[in-house]
Design a protein around this ligand. Structure first.
Ligand SMILES: [Zn+2]
Ligand SMILES: [Zn+2]
Length: 370
């Protein structure tokens, strides 16, 4: 079938909206009519070239939609089901999956690099007949998606499809970093670098865990109001003030947990220095390819400093995504009607890329297909 899709052909060049051919779903795959797709910082990094993915590629990995058609071996889903696309599909049999770390499944990881679906092949073809790659099993900036059945999670009844899009990526990534990785306890001091969609979920999760204080750090002062709405008790505009002495004084020597969500190497160093004795730095944002940063090793063992990396909040996709949707519906976690702060049409995707480059986006903007 023919459809409109947003294609990244060359790093640093505008995204092109093209007529793309989408092949039908194979036995264990489903065809989904896209409803909403969030613009994640990872999409920005792919277009800018900060992350290395095979091009040309149909962008987008934070999407929701409605099942239109299912392959002959699909058992769990049917036409009409509302689904969230997920980009982490544990194989269940590799060393990491069998040792309880399916969120970094080595099979899934190697398939991401190929730009295809679970059999390594693509369902996407450009107008000139050339192969187009999938973005990490999803490619949600397109009118339709072919997804592996295992890469689709049913949306909980009554949960809105626009909010479901961000359940794909930024909600579990931020929540899981606090809940599964740092395991923040009531009263722990927390500081977070980067007040974008993921960072605001780290804030909300820290609030959910009764952390105090919760310090938000960003290069853009205009993000203070949404950061406060999500739960920061203090905000530092790091273009105007060095966050390290501020956090050290506020927390009587340094924070118990610092999260870097920005992926900026300089922010990682700040976050390390803002830790107190026994503190833990959690790296959530992915720094650009080739990033190297000097960290003072001398203090790490005697001061019991810890550095942890996390992908996708270490979540168990099919278990945790429905849990998060139910918590949000009951008002127990983040208010996504506030986080999802802007909507755009596919044709305007370059404007969103530019707004993200200028750090103008407060919350998460989503593309509306309906
Ligand atoms: Zn993402
Ligand atoms: Zn695996």
């Amino acid at each position: 079938m023919k459809m409109k899709a947003a294609v990244c052909r060359e790093h640093g060049r505008p995204i092109t909206i093209e007529d793309v051919e989408l092949a039908p779903p194979r036995d264990t795959e489903i065809l989904v009519r896209t409803a909403f797709t969030g613009f994640c910082h990872t999409d920005w990094s792919i277009v800018s070239g900060a992350l290395d993915f095979p091009l040309p590629l149909v962008l987008g990995h934070e999407a929701s939609g409605v099942v239109e058609q299912v392959g002959s071996a699909v058992t769990r889903l049917k036409k009409g089901d509302r689904v969230v696309a997920t980009w982490m599909i544990p194989c269940g049999t590799c060393r990491l999956c069998t040792s309880g770390r399916g969120h970094i499944c080595s099979v899934s990881d190697s398939l991401h690099g190929l730009g295809g679906l679970l059999d390594g092949t693509s369902r996407l073809t450009g107008a000139g007949g050339e192969k187009l790659h999938h973005e990490i099993f999803v490619s949600g900036f397109a009118e339709y998606m072919v997804l592996p059945e295992a890469g689709a999670v049913k949306v909980v009844d009554g949960f809105p499809l626009d909010q479901a899009a961000v359940i794909s990526c930024c909600v579990p990534t931020g929540f899981g970093a606090v809940e599964n990785v740092a395991k923040v306890k009531p009263g722990n001091s927390v500081a977070i670098w980067g007040m974008g969609g993921v960072g605001l979920n780290v804030v909300a999760a820290a609030k959910f865990r009764r952390a105090h204080p919760i310090v938000g750090v960003d290069l853009e002062g205009r993000k203070e109001s949404i950061a406060r709405e999500m739960g920061v008790t203090h905000f530092v505009d790091s273009t105007k003030q060095d966050p390290v002495p501020f956090i050290k004084e506020l927390t009587d020597g340094g924070a118990e947990f610092c999260f870097d969500v920005s992926g900026d190497p300089g922010a990682v160093v700040q976050a390390y220095w803002a830790l107190g004795m026994g503190g833990t730095l959690v790296m959530v944002g992915i720094p650009p390819v080739g990033s190297v940063t000097p960290l003072p090793l001398t203090y790490t063992p005697p001061q019991n400093r810890n550095i942890l990396g996390t992908l996708y909040g270490n979540v168990r996709t099919h278990h945790d995504l429905p849990v998060l949707m139910r918590m949000i519906m009951k008002g127990e976690y983040i208010d996504l009607s506030k986080l999802v702060s802007g909507r755009f049409k596919l044709d305007d995707i370059n404007d969103v890329y530019d707004a993200m480059t200028r750090r103008e986006i407060e919350g998460r903007w989503i593309c509306e297909f309906a």
